[in-house]
Design a protein around this ligand. Sequence first.
Ligand code: ACO
Length: 330
Amino acid sequence: MADSKKTAYIAGLGMAVPPKVVTNDDFSKFLDTTDEWITQMTGIKERRYIDENTATSDLATEAARKALASAGVDPGEIDIIIIATATPDTLFPTTACLVQHAIGAKNAFAYDVAAACSGFIFALVQALQFIVAGTVETALVIGAETLTTVADMTDRNTCVLFGDGAGAVVVKGCDPPRGIIDHYLRCDGSLSEYIKLPGGGSRRPPSHETVNERLHYIKMQGRKVYVNAVKEMGDAVVTVLERQGLTGDDLDLLFPHQANIRIIQAVAERAGLPMEKVYVNIQKYGNTSAASIPLALAEAAEEGRLKEGMLIAMVAFGSGFTWGSALMRW
Ligand code: ACO
């Protein structure tokens, strides 16, 4: 059993996106939509799509291998693997178990976390709890999604938003000031109707009827999601800052869930942050749900924008509704 640590930090990062690029103009070929509408209303220019031979665990495995290499950690050193996903390869076994086998993490236990687009922050906070409790030394936390497999290509309100990808982080214990300083997790199940995947679960098991009714696709009331996301994400950032006696001025970089550029801009404004302090890559990947924050972290690190000693925050919002934030000294 490891010594108890006061907090945890991210020791390595990796990302994976499939090679196939789908542009806004590609949608205009079969839907009543335009590049102009999608760009203006969402900030998305293109997104990545898996092919029929790829599943969520494949992207997660690639991201995990890169994260382990960047942390200089051997797969045998991992104690726990937590994968945040709403699009697992199968309902069971979990995607985390498939990745555990694929990377040869023979000493790890593994499971998935389902909190939709907020899943990565929920999973990261879980890893923190194990590390602080002293029961785990090294955690692998992954956000991995293939939302294009549940996007209805006849529904212009939703299908243009989503893309596939994965981001992985290696999490280890440390003493402050480095590491996770504060976190804030919430949900409101009374608003569960506004984004959902109605078919395929125990309420509506798969049948010819559920398929005919297109219930195995995302259903979303975009406006409701938008309004709640702006409020709760903004408040979540301010909450962790204020609890630490900080303001937006103290923050070096914000990593918001990449759902819509207008949501991101409104959250930045609420948190008192200029957009230069907000990491945005939605134009390249669209909304990759639980993968979006670790993908952004990995890309920012690769670009040299995320540097040791920086004060960063992550904030997400998703189906449930779920939302949360984490404040961290990199
Ligand atoms: N192309 C052209 N027109 C479109 C498109 C499209 N792709 N999609 C919608 N429209 C039309 C609508 O039909 C509507 O037309 P109408 O006025 O004739 O009815 C018009 O554009 C305005 O639609 P709204 O939905 O009112 O537009 P809004 O400003 O809300 O923007 C959007 C829509 C971009 C979806 C926005 O609501 C949004 O981003 N919401 C948040 C979505 C989100 O974050 N989802 C993530 C959750 S996913 C998860 O948790 C797994």
